[in-house]
Design a protein. Structure first.
Length: 79
């Protein structure tokens, strides 16, 4: 993998972590500070989204960059 590719992957990882934290904050706020119909369900859905983002982050963190090829157009996430 080129240095540019490594830099892009690092940027993607950082952005993904920020998104995970933002979804976590929103879900916790909905659960803790908003009472009403659907707020608990919405919070649970957001937690589900966060879990999927965390899984994607783990996959990115476990990539062996030495075996990656330049064209990832056929790559599909396993979820």
């Amino acid at each position: 993998m080129t240095q540019q590719g490594k830099n892009e992957l690092t940027a993607i990882r950082r952005d993904l972590v920020r998104q995970i934290e933002e979804v976590r904050r929103i879900a916790n706020d909905l659960r803790d500070n908003h009472q009403g119909i659907g707020s608990a369900d919405c919070a649970m859905k957001l937690h589900s989204v966060r879990e999927k983002l965390e899984r994607a982050n783990r996959l990115l963190n476990n990539l062996d960059t030495k075996t990656l090829v330049p064209d990832l157009s056929s790559f599909k996430l396993p979820f």
